[in-house]
Design a protein around this ligand. Structure first.
Ligand code: ACO
Length: 327
């Protein structure tokens, strides 16, 4: 069997840090409220010249260097994002140009905070069917440019960031992506929305009046959904693989809110040392969150070859899903 093995990983973060103390000066909030309700202390925010492309390129170059892969060796680039540089062309095409990826194909996958989970499975499927050998998979979002910094219920949550992995085809190993589940429920689409700029409400159209390009989120509905969705996706992917939570070496959940992570951890019965948490440093980086978590885990020596790692995420759509990877 052909397996899609992670052979390199990288990350991309903006320099600028926005702390809870900074937010206290911008909206009526407090460090205490944000920390208690979300677990977030600070997040990284892009400057005017930093975009989904610049973060993606940073992460991709590091991932390719660690895999020992040259841009010309890539067969495909898949980028999970909902905050690309433009409506079109895709961010993956901009990455292709910047890296000089030769004859590789490129496309974006839009699944919000579960973007990387989806992108990884799409890339692995291309490898497992023998159509590609080497695929760059990116998860990136720059939500700070879509957040309303007068809306205290959303602006404290989000940060910017990217992660990338190089997947390679191998036939001599049990390592690689084992299983993925990807789920959706469009009836919850109104709970997280960014209205302006699509074909429903084009910028400048008379019927778009009153619509904005800023994130609207019904926090309590999303919270309710997230708590169920995280456990649901994890149980389904474990069932598919015939594994139990005891088989998991490390759990790398989407970093939206510490309380949501802890409820999933409790449902799975996982001890603290098996759960990657970095939400305090970066907030919710949407599509960047899971590859950033994997990157930090690897860097801190918490992920070793043949460990089984489980990711899980949820987001606008509504969508949710999980990957099981033998590292
Ligand atoms: N500072 C102080 N008070 C605040 C703030 C703030 N930043 N934000 C809201 N409040 C107030 C509210 O106005 C409310 O006041 P009221 O009782 O007087 O009306 C009170 O705090 C409680 O508000 P709740 O919304 O009930 O607070 P909750 O405990 O649910 O926490 C939160 C809110 C953190 C947004 C939570 O609902 C959450 O994390 N939801 C999930 C969001 C998420 O994960 N989104 C990810 C998907 S995004 C994507 O896919 C791109």
């Amino acid at each position: 069997m052909i397996r899609a093995v992670v052979e390199g990983i990288g990350h991309g973060l903006p320099e600028r840090v926005l702390t809870n103390a900074d937010l206290e000066k911008m909206v009526e909030t407090s460090d205490e409220w944000i920390t208690q309700r979300t677990g977030i202390s600070e997040r990284r925010i892009c400057g005017p010249d930093e975009t989904a492309l610049t973060l993606s390129v940073m992460a991709s170059r590091e991932a390719m260097a660690s895999a020992g892969v040259q841009p010309q060796e890539l067969d495909f680039i898949v980028c999970g994002t909902v905050t690309g540089d433009f409506q079109f062309p895709s961010t993956s095409c901009l990455v292709h140009e910047t890296l000089g990826a030769g004859s590789a194909g490129a496309m974006d996958v839009g699944a919000a905070c579960a973007g990387f989970i989806h992108a990884l499975d799409v890339a692995a499927a291309m490898i497992e069917t023998g159509r590609t050998k080497t695929v760059l998979v990116i998860g990136v979002d720059v939500l700070s440019k879509f957040v309303d910094y007068t809306d205290r219920s959303t602006c404290v949550l989000f940060g910017d960031g990217a992660g990338a992995v190089v997947l390679r085809a191998r036939t001599d190993t049990e390592r690689g992506l084992l299983k993925t589940v990807m789920l959706a429920d469009g009836s919850g689409s109104r709970y997280i929305q960014c209205d302006l700029g699509g074909s429903r409400y084009p910028v400048g159209a008379s019927w778009s009046e009153g619509k904005t390009a800023k994130v609207f989120m019904n926090g309590s509905e999303v919270y309710r959904f997230a708590v169920t969705a995280m456990g649901d996706a994890c149980c389904r992917v474990l069932d598919l693989a015939g594994l139990t939570p005891d088989d998991i070496s490390l759990f790398v959940p989407h970093q939206a809110n510490l309380r949501i992570i802890q409820s999933a951890q409790k449902r799975l019965g996982l001890p603290d040392d098996k759960v990657l948490i970095n939400v305090q440093k970066y907030g919710n980086t949407s599509g960047g969150s899971i590859p950033l978590g994997l990157y930090e885990a690897q860097k801190e020596g918490r992920l070793k070859e043949n460990d089984v790692v489980m990711t899980v995420g949820f987001g606008a759509g509504l969508v949710w899903g999980a990957n099981l990877i033998r590292w």
